[in-house]
Design a protein around this ligand. Structure first.
Ligand SMILES: *Cc1c(COP(=O)(O)O)cnc(C)c1O
Length: 402
């Protein structure tokens, strides 16, 4: 056990990929190389005294898999190593992680500041669920200036929630400024780091109190399992853990085991997702039918300088606007042969979506425009296939879009 403690300390100083590959639970007596999967609902107590001390939190250990499980712990601890966070809690989905990161900190009368460009279901929580408990919010544009944030702040503002880069407008928010603003006013900063992953940016370094992920996306990276996680400040995570333990949105050990193994290739995958996305973005900029390409690492992006400062690479998602608008977007999606049309992102397979006619079709045109969704906007989650094959299919789709 002493050597495991030393190993835990040493691995913190290793490189990103080494941490993601080499962090694992202590080996069992079988000396397995890859970690085993702890598919069990509960754990046996040695005696009455051990049971008592586990329940009293005097001793660390697993009791029941709704509270904790070794496979889930391994995933959490690895994510903490990668995000440079103290502690974390894993959830059955990204949305459970969002809800579980909000509820422990909000009471009736509290106020939330949110970037308007956040995930659709996060909007629903803020718009439809929290108001029933007298928790209000104010939305700010992704491009809001510091004075606008300052003006929107109230004495009751308890928490800020943002995503950067945002979906699907790919706006980049200044994490360092937000971190300072939040800490200056004693407000919690919660960052959804799903698009960037810890390989591209670590919001904790900029002052974020809590960082959450839909593990369904780049963390799994292969479109297999739904899950989520939040990591951050030790005392805050304690509150999240209490909520999760007693309300039950726990991650399945099997999914945790998949995610932990997936993290071993995160660095490699994000490098390839990002280099392919940048090349595709540059290719799309040369296409006459394309009005504009949005990708944080294109020098035409309004936040290019900030993106370069804040992120290691541009990430795996790009958006572009077809000149022909809504109908053009629909025709584009009818022509693909290899590209997948599906409601996910962060997969090995390239996925194209047309938000105006699908995920965001129930919003009004004004509401769509407010979050940067133009009628001809196509979002591409760039996969790991060979680039010439992606270009071939995209070219066909653009020609069909007319
Ligand atoms: C997908 C997604 C979520 C929700 O995660 P699920 O795993 O689908 O519940 C939250 N935030 C962002 C940015 C996402 O892309």
């Amino acid at each position: 056990m002493e050597s495991f403690e030393k190993y835990k300390k040493d691995i913190k100083n290793k490189g990103f990929a080494t941490r993601a590959i080499r962090w694992q639970l202590p080996r069992t007596e079988h000396q397995e190389h890859s970690v085993p999967l702890y598919l069990t609902s509960s754990f046996v107590f040695e005696d009455a005294e051990e049971a008592r001390s586990l329940f009293a939190d005097e001793k660390q250990g697993s009791i029941y898999s709704r509270f904790s499980n070794p496979s889930v712990d391994e995933f959490i601890q690895k994510m903490c190593l990668l995000e440079e966070a103290d502690d974390g809690v894993a959830f059955a989905s990204g949305m459970a992680a969002v809800f579980g990161s909000l509820i422990p900190f909000l009471s009736a009368g509290d106020h939330v500041l949110a970037c308007r460009a956040i995930f659709g279901s996060t909007h629903q929580i803020l718009n439809r669920i929290l108001p029933r408990w007298q928790i209000s919010h104010t939305y700010l544009d992704a491009r809001a200036r510091p004075e606008e944030w300052e003006a929107a702040r109230r004495p009751q503002t308890r928490l800020i929630i943002v995503e950067t880069p945002s979906n699907p407008g790919l706006d980049v928010l200044d994490l360092e400024w937000l971190g300072r603003f939040a800490r200056e006013h004693g407000i919690l900063l919660l960052v959804d780091n799903c698009f960037a992953t810890p390989y591209l940016q670590q919001p904790v370094r900029s002052g974020a109190h809590l960082v959450l992920h839909s593990a369904t996306k780049f963390i799994d990276g292969q479109g297999r399992a739904v899950g989520g996680i939040v990591v951050g400040d030790r005392d805050l995570i304690k509150e999240v853990r209490f909520f999760a333990r007693h309300s039950g949105p726990s991650l399945s050990p099997f999914h945790a085991w998949l995610f932990s193994k997936s993290l071993e290739t995160l660095a490699l995958r994000m490098e390839r997702h990002s280099t392919s996305a940048l090349e595709l973005a540059r290719f799309l900029e040369t296409q006459p039918a394309v009005e504009r390409v949005i990708y944080p690492f294109l020098d035409s992006h309004p936040d290019f300088a900030l993106a370069k400062k804040q992120m290691k690479m541009g990430g795996g998602v790009l958006s572009f606007i077809l000149r022909g608008g809504l109908e053009s977007g629909k025709r584009f999606l009818g022509a693909q042969e290899m590209l997948s049309h599906t409601a996910n992102l962060g997969d090995t397979r390239t996925i194209v979506t047309h938000p105006a006619s699908t995920t965001h079709s129930r919003l009004t045109e004004e509401e769509r425009l407010a979050v940067g969704i133009l009628p001809g906007l196509i979002r591409v989650s760039v996969g790991l296939e060979d680039l010439p094959d992606l270009i071939e299919d995209l070219t066909r789709c653009i020609a069909a879009a007319g």
